[in-house]
Design a protein around this ligand. Structure first.
Ligand code: FES
Length: 168
């Protein structure tokens, strides 16, 4: 086993197989890289592969197993429009379409200036506030057309979004 891996995981390593150790270290490394760079650049994965003596294919297969890791640059603001049933019934499509149109991006894409990534999400448990979206850690609920305009405006100006559910 690579001594660097043993150093990272300490005594826990005594009860783990080599494969489990490597996987654990990789996940920790992915989290650190993504925290710093907002995604997992290919050159970082190649560097990890060499440094930990793990085939690049294994590095990728471990990373792709987890939905939390991304392989292309992400926006400064991550906008997630809830498309769960309650939000769908109360107009989530309009919210999604308006943001797509205003920023000329599709679901899952990031604006060229890396200011925003647009995603959809299943129910986030705020159905009473439907339709709902999240902008980074903030929840914005009861999105009508007026609020949607404010959201788009704030995103374009890179301002904090007001009227979030966690402020109400
Ligand atoms: S369906 Fe959107 S919060 Fe529940």
């Amino acid at each position: 086993m690579n001594p660097e891996i043993d150093e990272v995981i300490g005594h826990i390593g005594d009860v783990l197989t080599d494969a489990q150790k490597k996987r654990g270290v990789l996940i920790h490394a992915f989290q650190q890289i993504q925290k710093e760079q907002n995604y997992l650049p290919e050159e970082e994965l190649i560097r990890l592969s060499k440094k930990l003596d793990i085939p690049l294919s294994d590095v990728y297969s471990t990373a792709t197993f987890y939905k939390q890791f991304y392989f292309s640059p992400r926006g400064k603001k991550i906008v997630r429009v809830c498309t769960g049933t309650a939000c769908h019934v109360r107009g989530a499509d309009k919210v999604l379409d308006k943001i797509k149109e205003e920023f000329t991006i599709d679901e899952g894409e990031t604006t060229e200036d890396l200011s925003m990534t647009l995603e959809t999400v299943g129910c986030i448990g705020c159905c009473g506030l439907a339709p709902v979206a999240t902008i980074n850690e903030s929840i914005v609920g009861e999105i009508d057309m007026k609020k949607l305009d404010l959201i788009v405006d704030s995103l374009m100006k890179d301002e904090e979004i007001t009227g979030s559910a966690d402020e109400e």
